[in-house]
Design a protein around this ligand. Structure first.
Ligand code: SF4
Length: 422
């Protein structure tokens, strides 16, 4: 048993963040200094901490949080305490609204944390000034202290996973987004600079994952068809070809590739016949997920999507032509969205469904760090819920709209109260 231990809340919504973090701890040769415990259940993780607390000189709790999770677990997060426990938080919610974590966590890692977390742990075990680590926020005499962020990493220099833990999953190929949709945290928390992982680096990891028994290759990217592109207006077809043909060359017929589908998606104006042909040649996708978000061009402009409803219809037709199912993402309940806009989204969704698309419906969340933070979600009438229910029962619409509706109201009410009380 080691002197130090790390307890990770390894929940399905946050696994991808921790995979990258473990990769960075591996890179900095920190893994061997700690015992690690993982649980996807917060109560079980806290029970484990209580059980193990007398065995370690110092324990660290690591939690990555989305805003909906923070709201869900607000009452519970403070319940774990031990003299030898330091509580660390990171992820989208702590980056967007770090001060809301006062009293819940000892240190907040804002924005990307591959460097700051590794440096913090190294400083701690080497008995150096760990509170001076760049990229963290903590409280001194109830006042927040914000240490300057160390800056963006070159993702080619950082492993997407830890080879020691072999906790493999979707491979991050692009970080950052050219666009600035007003409801989305990606460009505001990760900056608009887009960084792509090089093909040779990705192929090395695919080989590694495939050797360890992982047969399905999926990707993390805000817009799969932007891979390799340095300009939001230009699609880099040769980079996509090189990537997908290279992966197929490694995994042969024993593995499967999913590109432009869960957990990533594509923007409609990036869809053209050449790209979809490349996908259908090398990939196993049954579907391609297209981000639309509204059937009203007025709302698309208001939320700064940078495309039109017509672009979406064109993309759906191309995808269908190649025998792939278009799954189209929508969000309803944007601030100032009126009945007329919602009717347009309903009408447009029905047209897409007639064409053979499946609709993934979401409810708007006012997320911290975005231009829509603090904006009131527009309510939905009973008729909208019944319309969604009707199409859901036919398998044409899916999503957790009722749950999101509740979370969204809670984010608006609870978090704003916390923020104003700070
Ligand atoms: S919604 Fe997609 S395209 Fe828009 S800013 Fe976010 S990641 Fe970029």
């Amino acid at each position: 048993m080691k002197e130090y231990s790390i307890f990770i809340f390894y929940h399905k919504n946050n696994k991808n963040s921790f995979r990258a973090i473990l990769g960075s701890l591996d890179k900095y040769e920190l893994i061997q200094l700690f015992d690690f415990y993982f649980s996807s259940n917060l109560q079980k993780l806290f029970a484990l901490i209580r059980e193990k607390k007398s065995f370690y000189k110092q324990m660290f709790l690591m939690v990555s949080l989305m805003t909906s999770q923070f709201v869900e677990w607000t009452g519970y997060l403070k319940s774990i305490k031990a003299e030898n426990l330091i509580k660390l938080a990171g992820g989208p919610h702590p980056s967007g609204l770090p001060l809301s974590l006062k009293g819940f966590f000892d240190f907040v890692f804002y924005k990307e944390a591959e460097v700051s977390l590794a440096e913090f742990l190294r400083n701690f075990v080497d008995n150096r000034n760990f509170i001076g680590t760049p990229g963290i926020i903590y409280w001194e005499a109830q006042k927040p202290v914000v240490n300057k962020h160390p800056g963006r990493i070159n993702i080619n220099d950082f492993p997407p996973f830890s080879k020691r833990f072999k906790k493999y999953g979707p491979l991050e190929i692009t970080r950052g987004c050219f666009f600035g949709c007003k409801y989305c945290q990606t460009p505001y928390l990760m900056d608009k600079e887009v960084r792509h992982r090089r093909v040779d680096v990705i192929l090395k990891w695919v080989e590694e994952m495939f050797k360890s028994g992982m047969k399905d290759i999926r990707f993390i990217t805000p817009n799969a068809f932007s891979y390799g592109s340095c300009d939001r207006k230009k699609v880099n077809k040769s980079a996509i070809y090189e990537l997908l043909s290279g992966i197929r060359g490694i995994i042969g017929k024993q593995g499967r590739i999913f590109f432009g589908s869960f957990p990533s998606e594509v923007r409609p104006e990036y869809v053209d016949e050449d790209i979809v042909e490349i996908v259908s040649k090398f990939c196993d996708n049954e579907n391609i997920v297209i981000g639309c978000q509204s059937g009203s061009n007025r709302i698309l402009e208001f939320i700064n999507r940078g495309h039109t409803v017509e672009d979406v219809m064109k993309a759906v037709n191309i995808v269908k032509k190649y025998g792939i199912i278009p799954v189209v993402d929508f969000i309803i309940g944007f601030p100032d969205e009126n009945e007329e806009d919602i009717k347009k989204t309903i009408g447009f969704s029905e047209r897409l469904i007639e064409k053979g698309a499946i609709v993934h419906m979401h409810y708007f969340m006012p997320l911290p760090g975005t231009p829509f933070w603090g904006k009131k979600p527009s309510p939905l009438s009973k008729d909208i819920f019944s319309w969604i229910g009707r199409y859901s029962s036919k398998g044409k619409i899916f999503g957790s709209i009722e749950k999101q509706y509740q979370f969204s109201q809670n984010i608006y009410d609870i978090l704003r109260r916390i923020e104003f009380a700070l």
